[in-house]
Design a protein around this ligand. Structure first.
Ligand code: HEC
Length: 237
C-alpha cells in the first residue's frame, strides 16, 4: 500500500502526459459565448477603421515577427488556435487563420487593443503596442487567410458538427449543406477585401446575401445553414 501511495503522483503525471487531462472545447464561431463576441458592435473608437497597412509587405513581416513572439503560444504557429498554451484559459482560442476571413479589420484592431476582459476571456490586451504594431498584426493575420486556411476551417467545422449529428440535434443532410455554405462563405471572403469591416455578423450577412444573388447558394441551402447555426447557438455541446 505504501508503495502504491508513493507511486500515485507519478501515475497521475504519466496520465496527464498521455493526454488524459481535459481537452479544451473546440472553437465554434456559433457557440453562444463566441457568437456574443461576434454580434457585439465594434466600439465607436474603432468602428469602421480600415487597415492603413493592409497588404504592406514590411508591415506583414513585422506583424509576423511580433505574432511569433507574443501570440503563437496561444493562437498557434499557423494561426489555427492550437498553440501550446491553448488549453490554459477556459475558452477555446480563435483560429485566426480562417476566422479572420469573417472578421473586420476594425474588429481585429479593437480586440487586439482591448483583449478579452469585456468578455471574460483570457485573450490579453495590447494597448501598449504602437498603432503601427497593432495594424501590422492585423495585416499579418489577414495574410493568413489562404486556401489552406479555408480548407482547415471546413475540416474544423466538420469536426465541430459531429457531436450535434451524433446527438440527433442536427441531421446529416443539414450538416452537409451547412458545410457547403460555410465553404462558399470562406472562399468568397477570401476574394472580397473590401468587405472586411465590421462584426462577424455584419460580414457574414452581407456575404451570404451576395452568394444568393450570385446563385452560388440557393435559398433552401441558406435556410438549412441558418437552422444549423441556430441549433449550435442554442445547444451546449
Ligand atoms: C493567453 C493566450 C492568448 C494570447 C497570448 C493571445 N491570445 Fe488572442 N485570443 C485568445 C483567446 C482565448 C481568444 C478567444 C476569446 C476572445 O475572443 O476573447 C482570443 C481571441 C483573439 C482575437 C479575436 C478573434 C475572434 O475570433 O474573435 C484576436 C484578433 C486575437 N486574439 C489576436 C491576438 C494577437 C494578435 C495576439 C498577440 C499579440 C494574441 N491574440 C495573443 C488567447 C490569446
Amino acid at each position: 500500500m505504501k508503495r502504491l501511495s508513493l507511486l500515485f503522483p507519478f501515475i497521475c503525471i504519466l496520465l496527464v502526459g498521455c493526454g488524459l487531462q481535459t481537452e479544451p472545447a473546440l472553437f465554434n464561431p456559433y457557440a453562444p459565448e463566441t457568437f456574443q463576441r461576434y454580434t457585439t458592435d465594434v466600439p465607436d473608437d474603432f468602428a469602421g477603421l480600415a487597415n492603413p497597412l493592409h497588404g504592406d509587405e514590411a508591415a506583414i513581416a513585422a506583424g509576423a515577427a511580433l505574432y511569433a513572439e507574443q501570440c503563437a503560444v496561444c493562437h498557434g504557429d499557423q494561426g489555427l488556435g492550437d498553440g501550446s498554451a491553448a488549453g490554459v484559459g477556459a475558452e477555446p482560442v480563435s483560429p485566426l487563420a480562417w476566422s479572420d476571413l469573417l472578421l473586420g479589420d476594425d474588429y481585429l484592431f479593437w480586440r487586439i487593443t482591448e483583449g478579452g476582459g469585456e468578455f471574460g476571456s483570457s485573450m490579453p490586451a495590447y494597448p501598449y503596442f504602437t498603432e503601427q504594431q497593432r495594424w501590422g498584426l492585423v495585416a499579418y493575420i489577414s495574410s493568413l487567410g489562404t486556401q489552406s486556411a479555408v480548407d482547415a476551417g471546413i475540416a474544423h467545422m466538420r469536426e465541430v458538427l459531429t457531436p450535434y449529428v451524433t446527438d440527433g440535434a442536427v441531421i446529416q443532410q443539414d450538416a452537409d449543406t451547412f458545410l457547403t455554405v460555410f465553404s462558399a462563405l470562406l472562399s468568397y471572403q477570401r476574394t472580397q477585401t473590401s468587405l472586411h469591416i465590421g462584426t462577424m455578423l455584419d460580414i457574414e450577412t452581407a456575404a451570404l446575401d451576395d452568394l444568393i444573388t450570385l446563385n452560388v447558394i440557393t435559398p433552401d441551402q441558406l435556410e438549412a445553414y441558418y437552422i444549423v447555426s441556430q441549433t449550435m447557438a442554442e445547444t451546449k455541446n
